[in-house]
Design a protein around this ligand. Structure first.
Ligand code: FHN
Length: 586
């Protein structure tokens, strides 16, 4: 019989401790894409700060001005300022009034949850203490402080997330960087030398020296998918939880980051199923310009935020501080007013998702069993009409007066209620509409003009499975990500004219997707077809699939989906059209 001695117990304990310590020190499992983006989906609203030597020029170089409404941070390129002269100017760049605690407090009181600082813009100047290049705010300028370190510390204390903007392709200072062809001969550049010497090493040091970075915001795309993938890999290796924005890759390639950026100040015409963000300027420039006083109003900013969130996106609002790094007064005034609204109404923003209703009187966001109805334009007759809602309504009340229950009624499928009299918020008054279960909305029914084809596009589509309404920075909007028969796009149509319809499909497909089969069905009829390559992923072409005969007027559903499971997307579908039969007039 074995006896347990003190020595063997000690050894067992030692082994157990060793195993436990190994387990504890094992790197945490990399988050899934959904885990990584969860905070971003919840938080919705961030602050962008464009600060650099260009801020000190304030839109003017030797008497020449950057026109109001254009980008003052591009001044070096617009006036082809030689590197030597720009570097000399940067020697005296001294944002001594930069106070990270004040910036973070401003972002927080505005309801913003993340702050993104330009750590290097296209001028090549690093806004942190870089050891890769002396051309940085700590070593090069009298400031001799590290704004990124200060911001990281204040964000941590205030519970805000820190993000960094890094211009990974464009660099007008480095002889091999992209963009400066006035000092350097374009034909002699070795772009990969810039990537290896500066861009990647700086990204590496930013991600290694400042604690957790929640998002890295690349800009202006990358020359090849391979180079873009190197940046993605680098970020994933160093900070697997860090989000990467869509501009890491080029406009002409599919999304490589975690979410898509719309163009600057952009807005999609309808909701998207993929995560996205719009960066927006508060006046007409990202970097400070003393000439540009065309500020957006608080109402504009609030309603823009609501519209973006209503369509499933995030809003990244930019402030361009002057060269002394202080909080610019005009921007602060707007942000305070936005903050007042957010203090009271942010329940209708954080943690919400896109709303399938697109009301003419404002916006609409969704959380659990609630619709938040954002009224921008108070109806003259005092009646709010909510179209398309199929769910039973449990209660309606102003967000700020939950005890004030309002009575709803239905009329021809429209839910209506009388808005309460009395003062309302001129920017946006929010009402809560509680439904029995998650809100359900009737998909729109597309009706037919006499001899005009049915045009079925992403806006009116219902997607299911993995099929998603997406934004492509080059080719606008499409439906994609479908990889199997369960992934469908469908539309409801009211056919009033019987006969044979020509079915046409407009899509883009790279060569590798050629030959994948798909099916288009209407009622009990269907057409099967194979994908043809269109050359590039952003080149859309129209293909005729054949005829479908509809011999009875009425409502139909048209569905399109892949026939089989595959390891790539089916296509980037822009629209399906049904050309009606020609009516012979006697
Ligand atoms: O060229 C830049 C511009 O200066 C600014 O940084 C914006 C922000 O989205 N991004 C680029 C243009 O899209």
């Amino acid at each position: 019989m074995k006896t347990i001695t003190a020595r063997s117990t000690a050894a067992a304990v030692a082994v157990a401790l060793l195993l436990a310590s190994r387990l504890l020190s094992a790197p945490p499992a990399a988050p899934t894409p959904e885990e990584r983006i969860a905070w971003f989906r919840h938080d919705k609203f961030g602050m962008f700060i464009h600060l650099g030597p260009y801020s000190a020029l304030a839109g003017e170089w030797r008497g020449k001005q950057i026109p109001v409404g254009t980008e003052a941070e591009w001044i070096m390129q617009r006036f082809n300022i030689p590197v030597g002269e720009y570097r000399e100017m940067a020697r005296s760049f001294n944002p001594q009034k930069f106070n990270a605690a004040e910036w973070v407090a401003l972002a927080k009181s505005t309801g913003m949850k993340y702050v993104i600082l330009t750590t290097k813009h296209h001028d090549g100047f690093a806004m942190y203490h870089s050891h890769v290049s002396q051309y940085n705010i700590y070593d090069w300028s009298p400031f001799h402080r590290d704004p990124l370190e200060e911001l990281a510390e204040e964000c941590r204390k205030a519970g805000l997330r820190l993000g960094v903007y890094y211009s990974h392709r464009e660099d007008w200072d480095h002889p091999d960087g992209y963009g400066n062809n006035w000092d350097y001969d374009r034909d002699r550049k070795q772009f990969s030398r810039y990537l290896e010497e500066k861009s990647k090493p700086q990204v590496r040091e930013i991600l290694s020296g400042y604690g957790p970075i929640s998002v890295i915001w690349f800009d202006r795309g990358m020359d090849t998918p391979e180079h873009a993938a190197e940046f993605v890999d680098l970020v994933r290796k160093l900070q697997p939880q860090c989000l990467i924005n869509g501009r890491v890759g080029n406009y002409g390639q599919d999304l490589m980051g975690d979410y898509q950026n719309l163009g600057d100040n952009g807005m999609p015409p309808g909701g998207l199923d993929e995560y996205w963000e719009t960066p927006q300027t508060l006046n007409g420039t990202w970097g400070y310009s003393k000439f540009d006083q065309e500020w957006k109003t608080p109402a504009f900013v609030i309603q823009r935020l609501v519209e973006i969130v209503s369509k499933g996106g995030n809003y990244l609002l930019n402030i361009g501080p002057p060269g002394d790094g202080s909080l610019p007064e005009a921007s602060v005034a707007v942000l305070h007013a936005v903050g007042d609204w957010m203090q009271k109404n942010s329940d209708s923003i954080y943690g919400t998702s896109a709303c399938p209703i697109e009301p003419i009187w404002g916006g609409c966001t969704v959380k659990n069993d609630r619709l938040y109805l954002h009224v921008f334009h108070w109806p003259a007759d005092g009646v709010l009409r909510v179209s398309g809602l199929a769910s039973e309504v449990r209660a309606v009340y102003p967000l700020l007066a939950p005890d004030r229950r309002l009575t709803t009624r239905r009329d021809h499928g429209v839910t209506l209620f009388d808005l309460p009299r009395g003062p309302h918020d001129e920017n946006d008054t929010v009402f809560v509409l509680e439904t029995a279960g998650p809100p359900r909305v009737e998909p729109p029914v597309i009706t037919q003009g006499s001899d005009i084809p049915f045009e079925l596009d992403y806006m009116t589509a219902q997607t299911s499975g993995r099929a998603a309404k997406r934004f492509n920075r080059d080719g606008k909007f499409h439906i994609s990500k479908w990889m199997g028969p369960e992934d469908t796009a469908s539309w409801r149509l009211l056919v009033s004219q019987t006969g044979s319809y020509k079915v046409k499909v407009r899509y883009a497909a790279p060569t590798a997707w050629q030959g994948a089969s798909f099916r288009v069905s209407i009622g009990d009829q269907s057409l099967k077809a194979k994908v043809a390559a269109t050359g590039e992923w952003f080149v859309y072409k129209t293909f005729e699939l054949g005829d479908i005969h509809i011999d009875k007027a009425g409502q139909y559903t048209l569905t399109i989906h892949p026939e089989t499971e595959s390891n790539h997307y089916l296509m980037y579908l822009q629209s399906v059209s049904l050309e009606p039969p020609i009516i012979m007039v006697e």
